[in-house]
Design a protein around this ligand. Structure first.
Ligand code: ADP
Ligand code: MG
Length: 593
């Protein structure tokens, strides 16, 4: 019971732990998956940014190579020509320049400046002589600074005359002696890059840009050309790329518009420009959160299902614990009530015993006192004929003595004189007495086992016991029947003795007394040995017969048991311990040795 309670408690604890685990484990797994997924999203973004930056760089190289080629072509056209010669053949030269850039959408215009920065040839039909000497790209070449590579990229400009926005790609013009002879320049519409960058950005990027190496913006998507003019230099790029000038990755930098981005940059080989491709961190985190939401939709039902299951299990365990507790209480209640019942039965038996003794003794005392009274009166009258009253008093006193003897027998306090007895011989000697006791209607049969062991017993009391059993058998067979007395050697084993208090295992002589009478119900058999217990009408039964048998057998270290079935008769078995003659067995031993 206690074990079951403890086991149930353990189960409850395990179920509790399971309930917690069913939530904690999926949550933990989810958290781990979320952590990995978060990083995977950023790693994936970086990979995509870097490979896209490569594509954008290759595009820029192609564009700038075209400019370089154009410049070289223009240089060839003008090679060996003086300024005057160029101006005198102006129309022809302008037409030839136009031919060069024809079909090259990446080149908006091309023009040539002389040593002082005045326009001498162009593709935009402007009259010669315009002053461009204040333009940055001109000043750089005029100052004679060494440009590496030989191409100079000007910042974004708004055309002075046409108002369009562009940036310039310029190289020096060399005369026949390779001396500086002015500048050949072409202009690029940032929109040409912008269109391409737009297509790129639409594959999942927030911005694609073209920067000069000093951080000045040249082209970008998104953003209008007008806006680009107002962009400050992104000096941070210049700082960041110094560590890794060819290509690299910027993790979470604030770009010029103040938005935090992941940026991949790549140097355009041969030109002082960088391309950058960027992605908003919020976009990456958004994609990650979206995935997390999908996963949560899968994980949450699992958690709820597991939690529900363990809660159901917990409820059942609790219910079981409550049921067990109730059972335990009921069992202890039943135990107490059984103990109370036993106590009641004991009290009833004692009451019956006391009442029986008092009643029987009172009857006997009445007989004795009555006889003595009559005797007294006769003797007072001088009469001497009192012998019949003396006999009456004596008879009453003797019956009282018998009653006391019977009670003593039950109390196992009667004086016994045990002697080694051959029960077979005792039975043979009793056969007449038995037949007389049973009357003519009952047949007696004796089955005597050969080689019956001796038993140390008071023979007179055993006879008394057998007479008591015979009387009961007769009472149970009013219409006649058969009484069988059977003797045998037997062995009572440990298993039998454990279930019968006060018995020791060993060898016994057994006498079975069987009648073919009415039998008795179990509740009568259970009380049959109690003194004064009788089912017979008053005057016929005393209720002391079986109690004598019981007390005597127990006092002789034996055992007695009733087997009875209503309508099938009764068997009473009396077991008496085997008597072993130590002297005789010692002699036997001596003889054999
Ligand atoms: P009494 O014979 O005076 O009633 P016992 O102690 O001898 O008292 O027997 C007690 C009771 O056991 C009997 O009243 C009877 O009900 C029952 N009993 C005893 N022996 C037998 C038997 N052989 N067959 C049926 N009932 C018996
Ligand atoms: Mg009797």
């Amino acid at each position: 019971m206690l074990d079951a309670k403890k086991a149930l408690k353990d189960t409850a604890r395990i179920v509790n732990i399971l309930a917690v685990l069913s939530v904690a484990v999926p949550l933990l797994l989810y958290a781990i998956a979320a952590w990995f997924s978060y990083h995977a999203h950023f790693v994936d973004a970086q990979r995509r940014l870097e490979s896209t930056a490569d594509v954008v760089r290759e595009h820029a190289i192609k564009v700038f190579d075209t400019h370089l080629l154009t410049t070289l072509t223009v240089n060839e056209i003008l090679r060996g020509m003086s300024e005057d010669q160029i101006l005198s053949r102006q129309d022809e030269i302008n037409r030839r320049l136009k031919n060069v850039i024809q079909g090259l959408p990446q080149i908006q215009d091309a023009w040539v400046l002389d040593l002082k920065g005045f326009l001498i040839a162009n593709t935009f039909a402007a009259p010669p002589g315009r002053d461009y000497s204040d333009r940055e790209y001109f000043k750089v070449f005029q100052s004679g600074a060494k440009i590496v590579p030989e191409t100079y990229l000007g910042g974004l400009l708004k055309g002075r005359f046409e108002g369009s926005i562009f940036f310039t790609v310029a190289t020096a013009r060399r005369d026949a002696n390779e001396n500086f002879a002015g500048v050949i320049s072409s202009s690029v519409n940032p929109g040409y890059f912008g269109d391409f960058y737009k297509q790129v950005a639409e594959t999942g990027f927030s911005a694609v840009s073209l920067f000069r190496e000093d951080g000045a913006i040249l082209a970008r998507f998104p953003g209008s050309h007008e806006n680009l003019l107002n962009y400050p230099k992104w000096t941070m790029l210049t700082e960041k790329v110094s560590a890794n000038p060819r290509e690299g990755f910027l993790d979470g930098v604030k770009t010029i518009d103040g938005v935090e981005r992941q940026v991949a940059y790549s140097r355009v080989t041969g030109y002082p420009v960088y391309v950058t491709v960027s992605m908003n961190r919020s976009t990456i985190i958004g994609a990650w959160l979206e995935q997390m939401t999908t996963w949560a939709l899968i994980v949450l039902p699992v958690i709820f299902a597991l939690l529900g299951l363990s809660l159901v299990a917990l409820r059942y365990t609790r219910k079981e614990a409550v049921a067990l507790e109730r059972l335990r209480r009921e069992m202890s209640l039943r135990e107490t009530s059984e103990a109370q019942l036993r106590q009641l039965q004991k009290m009833e038996a004692i009451g019956q015993l006391t009442g029986g003794i008092a009643h029987d003794f009172n009857n006997l005392l009445t007989i004795i006192i009555g006889s003595l009274n009559l005797m007294q009166r006769r003797m007072a009258r001088g009469e001497t004929d009192v012998i019949q009253f003396v006999d009456g008093a004596m008879d009453g006193a003797k019956r009282a003595a018998t009653l006391v003897a019977q009670l003593l027998a039950f109390a196992r306090k009667q004086p016994l004189e045990p002697k080694p007895t051959d029960v077979n011989r005792l039975l043979t000697g009793m056969s007449d007495l038995l037949q007389r006791t049973l009357g003519g209607q009952v047949m007696v049969e004796t089955v005597q086992s050969g080689g019956l062991w001796l038993t140390n017993i008071d023979a007179n009391q055993l006879e008394n016991a057998l007479i008591n059993l015979a009387v009961n058998a007769r009472d149970a067979m009013p219409d006649g029947g058969k009484l069988t007395l059977e003797t045998a050697n037997t062995y009572l084993d440990d298993e039998y003795c454990v279930t019968h208090a006060g018995l020791t295992a060993g060898q016994y002589v057994v006498i079975c007394v069987t009648d073919t009478g009415a039998g008795m119900p179990p509740e009568v058999a259970a009380k049959a040995f109690e003194p004064f217990f009788t089912t017979k009408e008053s005057g016929r039964g005393t209720g002391l017969g079986l109690s004598q048998v019981y007390g005597f057998v127990k006092q002789s270290n034996g055992h007695v048991k009733i087997y009875s079935e209503i309508g099938h008769g009764t068997t009473v078995k009396i077991y008496m311990p085997r008597y072993i003659d130590s002297v005789a067995s010692a002699e036997v031993k001596r003889e054999t040795s």
